[in-house]
Structure formats: C-alpha cells, structure tokens
Design a protein around this ligand. Structure first.
Ligand code: S3P
Length: 186
C-alpha cells in the first residue's frame, strides 16, 4: 500500500506583512494544491476574530489555539500552508513543521513590513503607538529563528507573483526530488 510522504506540506513563515497569504495562494495555484491560512482556521475554530481572541482571552490562549490548529492542519497535506507570524517561533509548532513540511521564510526588511501593515488594524500586536518599533523588536527576536527555515526568499517591491516564482525556484533547489509538479509557474 502506498503511504503519503510525511513532508507533504509547504509552510510559509515570516513576519506580519511578509506576504505569506498572497504568495501562498499563488503557489497553491501553480502547484495545483489546496491553500490553507492558519489564522483563518483559528478564527473558524474559535468562532471570533484574532483581535477578539487577544482581547477576550489573551495572547497565551491564542497561542494555545494556534498550536492545536496547526498540528491538525499539518496532518492534512499535501497543501500550501500560510502560518501567522508567531507560529514558527513556538518550539513545538516549529518541530511539527520540520517533521511534516518544507518551511519557507519570506524575509523582508522593516520598511517593507511597515509599509504593508501600517494601514491595517486587524493585527493586535501592531495596534499600539509604535508599530514600527514593535516590528523592529520582532525582527531582532524572531529573525534568528525564522533562519532555521529550509528555504529563504527575500521579498521587497517585486510583488507576490515574482516572489512565488522565487519560492518555486528555492523549493526545487532545496529538494530536486520533492514531489512538486508545477502545472505552470505563476
Ligand atoms: C501574529 C501574526 C498574525 C496573527 C496574530 C499574531 C504574530 O498573523 O497570527 O496577529 O505573532 O506575528 P500574520 O503574520 O498573518 O499577520
């Protein structure tokens, strides 16, 4: 009997504003795989928005939910999975991603991240008087950990189609025999 390969998820990690969801959708289309957004699954499971989870129950409760939901999603590959920015920082989620997927860090500098996030209000960690300072702190704290990802792709002004193409190149370089069959590159 054929068994599914255990590493059949492609998991996008990186800070808020890195483009994980928009690039993930394009990758899913190019590879003819389902796309899953972990934050959407968390809000579905909780029955309320991420802002509400933070406000009503606190960040620790959000992280617990995130851990459970991502563990469940990773068992349902093959798929492209976009994770929330804090997911890969959690040691147990990171271990699970390493076991069940190929991780791709979308790396961006602070100007790009700030530009892409500062007009939006749905990210509780950035709803404060100094979102740029918050991003700078998160970059310092998290970038050494995102650097453990299998594939690293820099993203700036080039747009999600080009970034998706760079991710496909990175995946092929990382694992030439990984069962990725691009229908057509984006
Ligand atoms: C978070 C990132 C958010 C979301 C939550 C916490 C983080 O996801 O999971 O607000 O800790 O960086 P995005 O990275 O998709 O914005």
């Amino acid at each position: 009997m054929l068994s599914r390969p255990s590493k059949d998820n492609i998991v996008l990690v990186g800070l808020m504003g890195a483009g994980k969801s928009s690039v993930g959708r394009r990758l899913a289309q190019a590879l003819d795989l389902p796309f899953t957004d972990a934050d959407n699954e968390i809000t579905k499971a909780a029955g309320c928005s991420i802002e509400d989870i933070f406000e009503l129950y606190g960040e620790a409760a959000f992280r617990d939910g995130e851990r459970r939901v991502i563990a469940r999603i990773l068992d349902c590959g093959p798929q492209i999975l976009a994770t929330g920015g804090g997911a890969f920082i959690d040691p147990s989620i990171r271990a699970r991603i390493k076991e069940k997927g190929i991780s791709v860090w979308l790396r961006a500098d602070i100007e790009v991240l700030y530009e892409r996030t500062h007009r939006r209000t749905h990210r509780p960690l950035l709803n404060n008087d100094d979102p740029r300072g918050t991003l700078a702190g998160l970059i310092e704290q998290r970038y050494p950990i995102y650097a453990e990802a299998d594939v690293i792709v820099d993203t700036a002004e080039e747009g999600p189609d080009m970034t998706a193409k760079q991710v496909l190149d990175g995946l092929r370089a990382f694992s030439p025999c990984f069962p990725i069959k691009a229908v057509s590159d984006p």
